[in-house]
Design a protein around this ligand. Sequence first.
Ligand code: C2E
Ligand code: MG
Ligand code: MG
Ligand code: MG
Length: 284
Amino acid sequence: RAKSLKNIRYQVFERTMQVGGLDRLQLETDLRLAVSRGEFVMYYQPVISLKTGEIVGFEALVRWQHPRQGLVTPERFLKVAKETGLIIPIGRWAMQEACHQLAIWQQSLKSNCQIIVGVNLSGRQFIHPDLVDEIKGIIQDSGIDPSGLRLEITESVIMDDVEATIRLLHQLKNLQIKLSIDDFGTGFSSLGYLPRFPVDVLKIDRSFIAHIGEATEVENLAIVRTILMLAQALNLDAIAEGVETFEQLEQLRSLGCEYAQGYYFQRPISADHATQFFTSHPHW
Ligand code: C2E
Ligand code: MG
Ligand code: MG
Ligand code: MG
């Protein structure tokens, strides 16, 4: 018996190894520690108005200040965070941190100037039963004007259970916050639902912007143009993500795209750097 048990253990161990289990196990252990130690930092990427050239807000993007590996971006740890459920405490921290920062920005700004901070929500957070109450609590504790907060929910998550989504989106809208569909254009199954979603913004996925200026430009420009028309018809704002070149910026401008973000303007930066940048940035 002992022998067969050992055998089973060995097999399990071997299987985990085969799918890169050692790395993953280490990552999971590190991630748990990171949550309890609070090793996360928030970075902010400016969103630019292509009409005025001004910064209209920021997207909050989480980073992990790893004790040995330095600053780690979400692509390295988000998958494991989602699978383990650690995305719930990480996402809660991200929301608290972004709202805390938004409160500081709102207090230091003149009342005629709006700044909007976008916070990403993963599918797991979105379907969590406490979501609405939690965000409500964070809005109260941070003292923000909720109209400056925008949640970003990816298209694939929104489409998962449409009727439940619509109900939830209305509950979130009742908090007077803004909602956007993230990575728009990559996961839609039925456009017919779009008018029923009480959202404010479509974020055009980076993949459509990235090819502007390349061989497949024509198709991608057609998609971008279509999304912009759709946004206009439904009275939604559109933000193009991942603008890296002047050429892409000019194309978007000529298509009438109103807002954009991307490395061309600025990479995600620390809160302090973002504050500096906000007060002394160039106009595009
Ligand atoms: P996303 O919401 O689509 O965010 C945009 C991503 O594109 C960010 O990656 C940003 O740094 C990157 N990006 C911006 N401009 C450019 C550009 O010009 N070129 C290129 N190549 N990339 C650009 P990041 O920060 O690595 O985040 C990746 C994803 O992780 C995000 O995609 C979002 O889905 C998720 N995420 C980030 N922060 C959070 C968070 O606090 N909570 C949750 N649940 N998810 C988050
Ligand atoms: Mg986003
Ligand atoms: Mg996006
Ligand atoms: Mg994206």
